[in-house]
Design a binder for this molecule. Sequence first.
Ligand code: G3H
Ligand code: 13P
Ligand code: ZN
Length: 307
Amino acid sequence: MPLTGPREMFEKAYKGGFAVGAFNVNNMEIIQGIVMAAQEERAPLILQISAGARKYASQPYLMKLVEAALVEADLPICVHLDHGADFDICKACIDGGFTSVMIDGSHLPYEENVALTKRVVAYAHDKGVWVEAELGRLAGIEEHVVSEENVYTDPDQAVDFVGKTGCDSLAIAIGTSHGAYKFKGTPRLDFERLETITKMLPGYPLVLHGSSSVPQEFVAMANAYGGQIPGAQGVPEDLLRRAATFGVCKINIDTDIRLAMTATMRKFFHDNPAAFDPRGYLGEARKAVKDMVQHKIRNVLGCSNQI
Ligand code: G3H
Ligand code: 13P
Ligand code: ZN
């Protein structure tokens, strides 16, 4: 099956009240773990590549790995640029075969975000590529921006933005944030705001970034074997499941992959102090990614058997 764009996935997701998982990939084991999970669940899949991932592994390597996944798995798979900071990185990914890109002008003044997004949309649509944009700002660390505070998406501005830019999907800020430390107090998402945006943009696919749940068993496991990850807190899974019933068609997960791999590898080295074959520890890490993603697909995103 060739690489696919997200249009059909999102149409189904919107109608069915589920979300497609967009998982960040940086190397072969991560890609394999995610794809194995999606294959077993018969789930549509978005593999997303950040600027940091391109820098770490290089775009051609990652694209060849995704190509290999398409040989092994008969699934609709979309390759997406995560948090494209400028026109040039979006262009490089579009030219390199990505089926979807994100232009993230969320840190810019509104009119500059509109202008930048419009420029990317024009280039991408000419080549049949999907464009995700972002309005509002998530707290946490991303490649090019560190934000202390959430700036929630304004529903009127969201309508204006989509109309002016022609972007295909919109990442919104309703309380999630990037990384392992998402809430100071009780985790809460602004469902009222989400519902308003959904009503004002009927049928339009929304995206939630910063959607790791930071399972405490990974944190505890990592810390039991030498880690020092302080009390992290993620988005409760039931809130994500609920968001998927309000027009959120794409849910982004990266931190949970990092935690699953790190906890597993720490335990592996503790249990096997003499081991030094990378296939041992990377194989265990890959299995941990697979199990975690399978759980998300089945129990959180609700996208099993939706291809
Ligand atoms: O939201 C950002 C993603 O988690 C990607 O992280 O820029 O460190 O690859 P990264
Ligand atoms: P988490 O790291 O919180 O899972 O967020 C991932 C993300 O939003 C990637 O764009
Ligand atoms: Zn993000």
